[in-house]
Design a protein around this ligand. Sequence first.
Ligand code: TYM
Length: 376
Amino acid sequence: MGEKKEKEEMVVTAWKVSGEIDYNKLVEQFGTKHVTQDILDRMEKKAGFLHTQLRRRVFFSHRDIDWWLDTYDRGEPVGLYTGRGPSGPVHLGHLLPWFFTKHLQDVYDADLYFQMTDDEKFLLHDHLTLDETIGYTYDNALDLIAVGLDAEKTHIISDTDNIDHLYRIGLEVAKKVTYSTIKAVFGLNDSDNIGIIFYPAIQAVPCFIQSAREGRKVAVLIPAAIDQDPYWRMTRDVAERLGYYKPAQMHAKFLPGLGKGGKMSASQPETAIFTIDPPELAEEKIMGAFTGGQPTVREQREKGGNPEVCSIYAYYFFLLEEDDAKLVELENECRSGAMVCGDCKARLGKVVSSFLVDFQRKREKAKDRLEEYLIK
Ligand code: TYM
C-alpha cells in the first residue's frame, strides 16, 4: 500500500530514450523478434566464432535477419546500412553498433552505406547551426574510420553535402508516406517544423541506394540500437511498393551512462565517455560513476555488490572485456565482496584510458584517409 516506487517510465523513440528500459517489452511493443539460438548458430558458423555482442545478446532483437542470411547464402547481393546524427562528439555508446557493423562487413564482405544526418540534427536542435552539424559530420567520420572499416566498401553520406545522391529516392519515399503516419510513428505535433516532417524520408533512402546505384535488388541489413526502429517501420511499409526489398534490422541494447540507469547520452557529458576525452578526464568520470556496490567498504566486503545494476560492470560486459572467463571472474569478485568499488573503478579507468589512447591514435590517422570513405 502506498508503495511509491520511483521507477521512471520507459521512453524509447527515434529522438528520446529515457527511463528504465525493458527490452522484452520493446520487442513486444515494436513488433520485432528476439535473436534466437538458431540465428546465432548460423552467424557463428559463417564467421568461425560468435562475436561478443552476439554472445552476450547485446544485439538482442531483429527483423528479417534470417531472410538476410538466406539471401546471402543463395549468393545474392547483400548490403549494410547504418548512421550517425552528428550533433557533437562521438561517445562509446555510438561505437558499439559500429564495431559490430565492421564485423559484419568483414564476414559478409558487404558494402556499407553510412549516413550522417546533419540535416536531422539541425532540424531537431535549436542550439545547433547547419555549419556546426556539417562540421560534426566530418569530425565524427574520423571515429567511424578509426573503427577499421574497409575504405573500398564504405560510403559515407552527408545528407547536406550529398543530397544529390538522396533526393530522388527521398521524394519517391515521401510521396508514399502520409502526414498522419509520420505524426503517429514519430509523435510529431502541429508545432514541429516542417523539415522534420519530411526528414524521415531521407533516413529511409540509404536502405535503397545500393540497389538504385547497382540496378539490382540488394538485401540490406541495418545494425543499430533499437531507438532507430521507428524509421524502419515506416521504410518497410513503402519499400516493396517502390520496387525494393524491405530492409532487415538487428537491434542493440543501449550502453548505459556512468550515472544510475539510462543510456549513455551526449546530453549528460559527465556520465558519457567521448572518444576525444583526454584519458585522465575519462578516468575521473569513471571514478564518479554509479556502481552496484554497498555504501561502505565494510558492507561491501560482507555482502558483496550487484553487477547487474552497476555501470562499471556494464562497460566490461558490453565493450571492454571480451574474454568470458575474465568477465565471470570479475563478477564473482564483485558478488563475493573480494573486490571493492574503488578498486574496480580504478581498474576500468586504466582499461578505458588505454582504449582511448589507441583509438585516438587511429582517429588521428583517419584524417589522411577521410576522402577515400566519402561517397563518390
Ligand atoms: P545517433 O547519432 O543518435 O546514434 C548513432 C548510433 O548509435 C546508436 N546509439 C547507441 N548504441 C548503444 N548505446 C548507446 N548508448 C547509444 N546511443 C546511440 C544509435 O542507435 C545509432 O545506431 N538518426 C540517427 C542517424 C542515422 C542512423 C541511420 C542510425 C541515420 N541513418 C541508420 C542508425 C542506422 C541518429 O541520430 O543516430
